[in-house]
Ligand binder design. Structure first.
Ligand code: AMP
Ligand code: MG
Length: 480
């Protein structure tokens, strides 16, 4: 039974072999002060927002039933294998929600752990607000993601290039089991650890897999399917994750780790925001290929479980991995059809979509606003829509639309539900964070409100749809 505040923790992760985590109490805040609290999410978790004090949300006091641990994991960072672990995050426990979900509740920025290496374990207010805004926007866009419950100032100084105010983010997710967690288990070369983790992941995320002949093959298959669907969703809204290291890829298929991520303004598959991604490994157009690479690393870890004989295991893994491309393309094209209001399928739809993307790239078109204007032109259309090449494409699209049995209204509704009219535009996010750093939370509040209903096409959106000045390149930073 839960407590009066609604805490209803279980701590099943702590039943894994103890090499998977290190117990670690959070650092005490000096003068905790809540900056933003997601009351709606608190409600979904079964928590009484009134009981969520700054002490609890900063990790200064522990909620009843919490068992704080830093999770151990490894990962390929920009292609290089490293042993890692939560260096500034802690898992408090798994909240059992009123709707019967099991949700990890964790702190980020809560101090050093056994895995902090040279880091201070802390986080600054700006990046934690950024994670809050963007993760909640992703949720509102309908994309599986970790969510943000609160950001709380700690009163600690965080030393970066300048001295910044320290803050703790409380985040939730289906679980933080990562591809990197499997890599960690595999690197220790003890099959019982790997098996314990795989059985845990199956029980927690893919319980039906336990029923089939080869549960581990089924686990691999399901993770590949979820990731293909997730990455397609990213590509359909122009989300650039920015740091798709294997430790930042979940087994549950949720987006995690909002570091250097950002949304496209101008459509260009070569877009990179992260300052450290100098070779463009994680550029927008590379995300499906990188996901596939990461899943190959996942499959490798599972080889000892897939079959007794190594050749058979490799064949099983290869057969599953080979499905990723087709699954991704299918999800992506279905999503693109919806963005263009196409409710049935024709064989040259892909060429219709690709032609539009090509024109968008040539015109340096804003990704979100192009689809927004195709959906609803009451607020005007981009100038490049006057180009002869676009007009020609438009006629082709209109002919295609008229060939379906769906009504225009049904088609338009599908477009509205598939094309957000607002996204967290980088300059808007920065502006809101800058005000928050001066103690004014109004812009963050307004931004969150608008981003919570991205498909409503409300009049309130207008002020949030203008792209930033394309002459000013946007840069994001890791580990800030
Ligand atoms: P990320 O790039 O955010 O996925 O982080 C990579 C690794 O660096 C993870 O193990 C983090 O926990 C760790 N890390 C990032 N920032 C800090 C910090 N300020 N103190 C300690 N560890 C950190
Ligand atoms: Mg990470």
């Amino acid at each position: 039974m839960g407590t009066q505040a609604g805490w209803n923790f279980e701590n099943t992760y702590c039943r894994l072999p103890d090499i998977f985590f290190a117990e670690q109490p959070p650092e005490q805040a000096v003068s905790p002060e809540i900056v933003v609290l997601n009351e709606r999410l608190a409600g979904e978790l079964g928590l009484d927002p009134g009981a969520l004090t700054a002490e609890i949300l900063s990790g200064t006091e522990l909620p009843e039933g919490a068992s704080p641990i830093a999770q151990a994991y490894a990962g390929h960072q920009f292609g290089h294998f490293t042993m890692l672990g939560d260096g500034r995050a802690l898992l408090l426990g798994e909240q059992m929600t009123p709707s019967g979900m099991r949700v990890d509740i964790g702190l980020k920025g809560s101090g050093r752990t056994a895995f902090s290496r040279g880091g201070d374990g802390r986080a600054a207010l700006g990046p934690m607000l950024r994670e809050y805004i963007i993760s909640e926007a992703m949720h509102a866009l309908g994309i599986p993601t970790s969510r943000s419950l609160s950001v709380t100032l700690t009163g600690h100084d965080v030393i970066r290039e300048t001295v910044l105010p320290g803050a703790v983010l409380v985040r939730t997710t289906g679980s933080y089991v990562r591809v990197g967690t499997f890599q960690y288990a595999a690197a220790l070369q003890k099959e019982e650890n790997l098996k314990a983790l795989a059985d845990y992941a199956i029980e927690r995320h893919y319980p039906q897999a336990a029923e089939v002949d080869n549960p581990y093959e089924q686990l691999l298959q399901r993770v590949i399917e979820r990731q293909a669907a997730l990455i397609a969703k990213w590509q359909l809204v122009g989300f650039v994750h920015g740091v798709m290291n294997t430790d930042n890829m979940t087994i549950s298929g949720e987006t995690i780790d909002y570091g250097p991520c950002a949304f496209l303004d101008t459509y260009d598959p070569a877009t990179v925001f992260s300052s450290i991604d100098v070779n463009g490994r994680y550029k927008f157009g590379n995300q499906p290929g990188i996901a596939s690479w990461n899943l190959a690393r996942f499959a490798e870890t599972l080889l000892p479980l897939l079959a007794e004989d190594k050749e058979t295991a490799i064949r099983i893994a290869e057969d599953q991995l080979a499905r990723f491309g087709g699954l991704f393309e299918h999800e992506w094209l279905s999503g693109m059809r919806a963005k263009l209001g196409l409710l049935d399928e024709q064989s040259d739809d892909e060429s219709l979509v690709k032609e539009l993307l090509l024109l968008m790239k040539e015109a340096k078109a804003d990704f979100t606003n192009t689809f927004r204007s195709l959906t609803d032109d009451r607020t005007g259309v981009p100038e490049w829509f006057q180009n002869e090449t676009f007009q020609k494409w438009r006629r082709r699209w209109e002919t295609r639309r008229s060939q379906q049995s769906a009504t225009d209204e049904a088609s338009r509704l599908v477009m509205q539900r598939s094309n957000p009219s607002v996204i967290p535009r980088n300059h808007r996010v920065e502006e809101a964070i800058a005000a928050a750093e001066e103690g004014d939370m109004e812009l963050v509040r307004l931004l969150n409100e608008v981003l919570a209903a991205p498909y409503s096409y409300s009049d309130k959106h207008r002020a949030y749809t203008a792209p930033a000045d394309p002459e000013v390149p946007y840069r994001t930073y890791c580990g800030t």
